[in-house]
Design a protein around this ligand. Structure first.
Ligand SMILES: [Zn+2]
Length: 366
């Protein structure tokens, strides 16, 4: 936060668009607002089919436009992830507002109650928003000061102390002990193998954050990548792909970043066992802020992150971090632009009919 300035969330301008204001609209009001957010105007708009910009005929009974030139029909959601939607425009906007208002994301169960839809509908709705944010992510190279770090997510084995045993397993344990098997070795090893198998789902979220030179502003652009481990090869490849050569890279003392200096980057490290920030300001605190938000999502909202959808959620949190200084209206405008830019959903269309995305999104393999 900039010193001497009121936090954005406490300013009245932050509430330029809210769920309350959307709830006061009728369906046609929501339709026109969606159109205005997508095209910048609800009076003239480009036809989706022939591209002619004109004031096309509005069909109030169908909530769509008819082109004055090619006579085809289209609506503000045509050619977006919400094409062929069955829920009203007002619910789409209210769902977007619930998504925006939540600091750490919103779960499908929670969203279902917000906008009165089935949980499976809310699940696909959130998936489509995340797909739009992933597809429209900023691909420019980071410059200036860039902080890099990796964090482990998912696949955590249960603590031994709280492992659960069925009454039969406890009985078996006692019997094996009585037979002379010290400590019930057979039983213990079986439980441990099952528990350790959870490690297969552990992934590393690598994060690269460009830090603003202005004091108190923090991270302004975030790039994420999901990898199997925090290794030197992928750390270097990520830096070469996403960071400009002249940038100053700050990391912790992990050996995975040792190759950055040899590759020509100005690389500085902070030793976390001694300090969070060195005397000359070397730190990776912006990466820690990002991980804190993703971890709050993992613990408090998702409860469990499937590696298949980790990249989607990591990208959502990157968007939240980068948009944290914006008003709710600016966030909605950005989200609708992402929705319009993405085109029809490739990952979530027909999800409940069995059309699932094959495999997870792991960096370098995708
Ligand atoms: Zn047309």
């Amino acid at each position: 936060m900039v010193k001497g300035q009121t936090h954005i969330l406490k300013q009245a301008r932050c509430r330029d668009v809210t769920a309350w204001k959307i709830s006061n609209l009728d369906e046609s009001g929501a339709f026109f607002l969606f159109g205005k957010l997508r095209w910048g105007s609800h009076e003239t708009m480009p036809c989706f089919h022939c591209g002619t910009v004109d004031s096309h005929y509005f069909r109030p009974d169908q909530f769509r436009y008819r082109c004055r030139h090619c006579c085809e029909h289209f609506s503000p959601t045509t050619g977006t992830v919400f094409q062929d939607h069955k829920i009203p425009f007002k619910k789409i906007l209210q769902g977007c507002m619930a998504f925006i208002h939540a600091a750490n994301g919103v779960s499908a169960h929670e969203l279902a109650r917000h906008i009165d839809v089935q949980v499976k509908t809310a699940l696909v709705f959130l998936g489509k928003l995340r797909e739009a944010l992933f597809a429209s992510r900023d691909r420019r190279k980071l410059r200036g000061v860039v902080q890099i770090d990796g964090g482990y997510f998912g696949g955590r084995p249960r603590s031994r102390r709280i492992r659960k045993r069925t009454p039969q397993q406890i009985q078996q344990h006692i019997e094996e002990k009585l037979k002379g098997d010290p400590g019930g070795k057979k039983f213990r090893s079986k439980i441990n193998i099952e528990n350790l198998a959870r490690l297969k789902n552990r992934r590393v979220v690598m994060v690269l954050r460009e830090v603003s030179p202005a004091e108190g502003v923090g991270g302004v652009a975030t790039v994420i990548a999901v990898t199997k481990s925090e290794n030197a090869e992928e750390a270097l490849a990520l830096a070469l792909t996403h960071v400009e050569e002249e940038a100053l890279i700050m990391t912790d003392e992990n050996a995975a970043y040792n190759g950055l200096t040899a590759a020509g980057f100005d690389h500085r490290t902070v030793v976390h066992s001694i300090e969070f920030s060195s005397w000359d300001g070397i730190n990776d605190n912006q990466c820690e802020s990002y991980f804190a938000r993703l971890r709050r999502h993992a613990i408090g909202v998702s409860h469990r992150i499937d590696p298949k959808y980790l990249a989607d959620k990591a990208q959502e949190m990157a968007w939240r971090e980068d948009m944290r200084h914006k008003t709710e209206g600016e966030k909605l405008q950005h989200l609708i632009a992402a929705i319009a830019q993405t085109g029809m959903s490739k990952w979530w269309r027909g999800y409940h009919q069995g059309h699932h995305r094959p495999g997870e999104i792991v960096w370098l393999l995708h």
